[in-house]
Design a protein around this ligand. Structure first.
Ligand SMILES: *Cc1c(COP(=O)(O)O)cnc(C)c1O
Length: 412
């Protein structure tokens, strides 16, 4: 092999440097399709090959990377890094306008590695009182078990967030858009609180996606995603990601190695393929969700609808200021949980399933899934009223989704 076709792998930045230069000026859809994706240097095949391998040929470059502590930047072993991972990492970094990104085997793997990087025993975290159940359980068990204290605060109460900060606060952990009530976090203001405290600010942006906002531009240090949801978008993969500065991602990477949360090459391929349509999918999700929300709001059997794109949503003005796309998630109330369950049983097109962000509409109840452990009183305290239904509006024709909801509401 000649010098120009290196035998021992390639540095991803060298391979796709021409893309990197263009990325700066590309808009969302172009980034989604092209950033990170690279043609096969050997055959000229268009699109990133699936590098289905666990290991790579070693040479002087790889040994130097191990000796110099820069093994993340060389291909040695797939838990450390793989070109299939780098392709999707570069794409996510481009979409988030981040210097660097990592992909993980699940959203929880990304969240766990990121949170553990920024908290030390004896330290303190200020976290949202409205977190994804898995994240809350992780803070309560794994993080608290390491001697880290966590204060939970109402994400809509900036005064309470500022008041919860202590001298030992190392991390503020919030979600950009909450589940199931779709409350919008005032990201720039919380970032200012974190900066004053000298604490890191991490947000889970799974519900908003980079098509709604790029949290790093508002002062967030690291943004994490469950790519299982909108980023992959087809309900056929579990994956996660973190994006931020290279220095912070280099600091998170050792936890990815230690806890083994790397994404396999075939999963990377699926995620890269899903990401290519993120921009147009989010436009379709948001347009249909608004139409469905307007239909539900006018329906006599629906007490209340929560969708940030509706003027009736308490955070509508904040959503208008911060979000370019109000997404596909909405919640509505039908009176009591028994009725809500009858509604779900009556659906024919919309699937009764947990998760969200796929091309197919999915409907579930907080009372028997995500918020079952809280009990009715606990849910009321969070503002989740009896009969609350969560809907992930897919990319089917809005008229068909509306017709299905309409017949299920009549039968309820
Ligand atoms: C699903 C989800 C997670 C967890 O992601 P997994 O990919 O299931 O590990 C974290 N945060 C939010 C907001 C989620 O919706």
């Amino acid at each position: 092999m000649s010098e120009s076709t290196p035998k021992h792998g390639y540095a991803p930045s060298q391979q796709i440097s021409h893309r990197k230069r263009s990325v700066e000026s590309w808009l969302d859809s172009t980034c989604a399709v092209h950033a990170g994706t690279h043609d096969d240097p050997g055959t000229g095949a268009v699109g990133t090959p699936i590098y289905q391998t666990s290991t790579f040929n070693l040479g002087a470059k790889q040994y130097a990377a191990v000796a110099g502590g820069t093994a993340r930047d060389a291909f040695i072993y797939t838990r450390y890094g793989n070109p299939s991972q780098w392709a999707v990492q570069e794409k996510i970094a481009a979409l988030e306008h981040a210097e660097s990104a990592l992909v993980f085997s699940s959203g929880m793997a990304a969240i766990a590695a990121t949170v553990l990087t920024f908290c030390q025993p004896g330290g303190h975290i200020v976290a949202s009182s409205e977190l994804y159940g898995g994240s809350y359980a992780f803070l309560q068990t794994e993080v608290a078990g390491r001697g880290v204290r966590v204060s939970y605060v109402d994400p809509g109460d900036l005064g309470a967030i500022a008041a919860a900060v202590e001298p030992d606060t190392a991390l503020l952990y919030f979600e950009t858009l909450t589940n199931p009530l779709l409350r919008v976090l005032d990201v720039p203001r919380v970032a200012a609180i974190a900066a004053r405290a000298g604490a890191k600010f991490v947000v889970d942006a799974t519900f908003s996606t980079p098509m709604a906002m790029r949290p790093l531009q508002h002062g967030v240090d690291v943004v994490v995603h469950s790519c299982t949801k909108y980023l992959n978008g087809h309900s056929d993969l579990v994956a996660g990601a973190a994006a931020g500065s290279k220095a912070l991602l280099d600091a998170i990477w050792p936890r990815l190695l230690a806890y083994g949360g790397s994404l396999d090459p075939h999963g990377c391929y699926l995620l890269e393929r899903g990401l290519k349509t993120l921009a147009i999918r989010m436009q379709a999700h948001a347009a249909s969700a608004l139409a469905v929300a307007q239909f539900l709001q006018a329906h006599p059997k629906v007490a209340k609808v929560r969708y940030p794109g509706l003027p009736s949503h308490p955070d509508h003005a904040l959503a208008a200021a911060l979000m370019r796309n109000t997404g596909g998630m909405l919640a509505f109330e039908v009176g009591d949980d028994a009725k809500a369950l009858r509604l779900l049983d009556g659906l024919r097109l919309v699937r009764q399933a947990t998760s969200l962000g796929g091309v197919e509409s999915l409907c579930s109840l907080p009372c028997n899934t995500s918020h079952a452990v809280y009990g009715e009183d606990g849910r009321r305290a969070l503002g989740i009223m009896p009969g609350c239904v969560r809907l992930s509006v897919g990319i089917e024709d809005a008229q068909d989704i509306i017709a299905d909801l309409g017949q299920a509401l009549e039968a309820m």
